[in-house]
Design a protein around this ligand. Structure first.
Ligand SMILES: Cc1cc2nc3c(=O)[nH]c(=O)nc-3n(C[C@H](O)[C@H](O)[C@H](O)COP(=O)(O)OP(=O)(O)OC[C@H]3O[C@@H](n4cnc5c(N)ncnc54)[C@H](O)[C@@H]3O)c2cc1C
Length: 573
């Protein structure tokens, strides 16, 4: 968590839009309409949740205390999974146009290279494993996409100061510079960050570990031809005893993080007169000769904390309000995207009355499980970056000292970058009842692969995940590309309440008459999914596998959906 941050020292290329406060139509101090969903906080997870809800056709109002998107040193590394989510909601274009893609990195010990790693990447992928992009761009692009959906209203300079939740809804007190008011909603999603007031109103507490070690985070303006990769130096000659991380960002902005020694006073160490010589010494060591200037200097301390549940009745928690993850391994914002993606479809079905409220408990179960895995990995990375005890320090020195010669030690230095969540114990998934030679098991995300997309337009190159929309999708492997008739009928009959699509994947070149399908022109997709004609994978609206069968009847798919939706709500007497 950022503990202290400076005002910017240098001009930086991004100009933040500022937004005025405004009041909605009121009756006796209460907004004159009730909202289905209010999102508290318009940071990454708040805007992503609103965007995803809009993708599922549900309007929301976002209440944000600040007058603009975040500025300062925050997230920069956005994962392939986050980009996939953005792609599904039609919002990835600007991220890809602005962000800097990268696939790996290098670590050095006392000047010697001890690790050169690559993240999973092959010719099947549509998206890079990671891009670097400043958090202000991330929020700005999310905001643009949310606004252009026509279903999201963001209220700036609007601070939630009181929350009263009942069994049937939530009343929020909002303070703005132009007056206060109250607002009613069926559901409130707390996306209000590390000091969440929604979390407090829900009576929930974060639990876990807070680390003592402090990092100085510096963003600086520097022109350099150095490529985009993750660079780490342990005990470098320029700053003996320290650990330094370096990342390129768009617009000739660089991020340098370095660890403070235990005997250093963090407040003094973060003063520009102490930071500048250390950064200068590092830049000299790596051969950077151009002029540079700091933009922001902040102090960071790692937390590894989560709530035990992300739901308290009508209040739901997401992002940093629900869990605080160390920055090492870049899981904070990336897991916030997964929170938003997981929650939005469940909330949309609940708001529409198509699913029982209990579906929202699965949001909590699945995302708490994901946070625990993120914490496990994030803590390992943190303890390697800043050893919390003498024993850890000794172990790290031994590993770093031997890694250049002993390849089996190098995985211990690998930064364990974020990976997509796998909901292995999800109450929603239907476990495999047959054996599979390959393919994503229930709970896992889709495996990417090139396919030929055949629809009304001429066949064109594409990728498997383009067949999955923000809906349940039954992907049916067939020779012809026609989805089986009983599944098409099921999809048509449920569509009004539950968005279900039946999509064929042709294992042979399909005829021009097939209305819309994918063609596995390389045969790789069929192999990657352990599939044969007859195989069906049922994907959830967030792209995770719900169930898979070798030869299902439509009834099996129907029952799998019923398991998600719960028994239909009883009619009022
Ligand atoms: C130095 C640093 C580097 C990082 N690098 C990465 C990285 O590379 N990759 C990664 O995935 N993550 C990274 N993270 C983590 C990432 O920045 C956070 O996890 C992410 O910002 C969380 O988003 P959020 O929307 O949950 O919370 P926030 O970004 O904190 O947003 C919360 C929003 O709620 C608003 N708010 C608060 N209280 C109220 C209220 N009462 N009423 C109305 N609005 C309110 C705030 O103004 C704010 O806009 C990094 C973090 C730091 C500090």
């Amino acid at each position: 968590m950022i503990e202290r941050s400076t005002r910017p020292f240098a001009r930086y290329p991004y100009v933040a839009r500022r937004f005025a406060a405004r009041l909605p139509a009121l009756r006796s101090g209460i907004e004159d309409r009730r909202h289905a969903v209010v999102v508290v906080g318009g940071g990454i997870v708040g805007l992503a949740t609103a965007l995803a809800l809009a993708g599922h056709g549900v309007p929301s109002v976002v209440v944000e205390a600040d007058d603009t998107v975040c500025v300062g040193s925050r997230a920069i590394c956005l994962s392939r999974r986050s980009l996939e989510i953005l792609t599904r909601y039609g919002a990835a274009r600007k991220f890809l146009a602005t962000g800097l893609p990268w696939v790996g990195g290098r670590s050095f010990y006392r000047g010697e290279e001890v690790l050169h790693f690559s993240m999973p990447h092959d010719e099947n992928q549509r998206l890079p494993p990671m891009i670097n992009i400043q958090q202000y761009y991330i929020e700005d692009f999310l905001l643009e996409a949310a606004e252009s959906s026509g279903l999201v209203e963001v209220r700036w300079q609007s601070r939630v100061s009181g929350i009263h939740a009942s069994q049937s809804g939530v009343r929020l007190s909002i303070e703005t510079p132009v007056g206060g008011y109250e607002l009613d909603a069926e559901w409130a999603v707390g996306c209000d960050g590390a000091r969440s007031s929604v979390r407090e109103a829900a009576g929930l507490r974060l639990r876990g570990t807070s680390y003592e070690g402090r990092y100085v985070i510096v963003d600086l303006a520097l022109r350099s031809a150095r490529q985009t990769e993750r660079l780490a130096w342990f005990d470098p000659p320029s700053n003996p005893g320290s650990t330094i991380l370096m990342h390129r960002q768009p617009d000739d902005v660089w991020r340098i993080d370095y660890q403070l020694r235990d005997d250093e006073n963090p407040e003094t160490a973060a003063l520009p007169e102490n930071v500048i010589p250390r950064v200068a010494s590092h830049l000299r060591m790596i051969g950077e000769r151009e002029d540079w200037s700091p933009i922001w200097i902040s102090l960071y301390r790692a937390n590894a904390l989560t709530l035990e549940t992300y739901r308290a009745g009508r209040l739901l928690l997401a992002g940093d309000a629900a869990h605080l993850l160390p920055i090492f391994g870049v899981r904070g914002a990336n897991s916030a995207f997964e929170d938003a993606d997981n929650l939005a479809w469940k909330l949309a079905l609940t708001v529409r009355g198509a699913a029982r409220e209990g579906l929202l408990d699965s949001y909590s179960t699945e995302r708490v499980q994901a946070a625990r895995e993120n914490l496990r990995q994030g803590m390992k990375s943190t303890e390697f970056m800043s050893p919390p005890s003498f024993g850890f320090e000794l172990m790290r020195t031994a590993v770093l000292g031997l890694a250049a010669q002993q390849s089996f030690l190098r995985p211990l230095i690998n930064p364990r970058q974020t990976e997509p969540a796998r909901y292995a114990d999800s109450p929603l998934s239907l476990g495999d009842s047959a054996t599979w030679s390959a393919g994503p098991a229930p709970g896992a995300v889709a495996i990417e692969c090139p396919v030929t997309l055949c629809d009304k337009e001429a066949p064109r190159p594409g990728h498997f995940t383009e067949l999955l929309g923000p809906a349940f999708t039954a992907v049916c492997f067939t020779e012809s590309g026609y989805a089986p008739a009983d599944l098409t009928v099921l999809a048509d009959s449920t569509r009004a309440a539950v968005p279900l699509r039946a999509v064929g994947v042709a294992t042979r070149q399909p005829s021009a008459r097939v209305p819309a399908c994918g063609w596995d022109h390389t045969g790789r997709l069929t192999a990657l999914y352990g599939a044969a004609p007859g195989t069906v994978y049922l994907f959830r609206p967030d792209g995770h596998v719900l169930a898979r069968w070798h030869h299902p009847a439509a009834q099996a798919v129907h029952l799998a959906l019923q398991r998600v939706l719960g028994a239909p709500p009883k009619e009022d007497p």
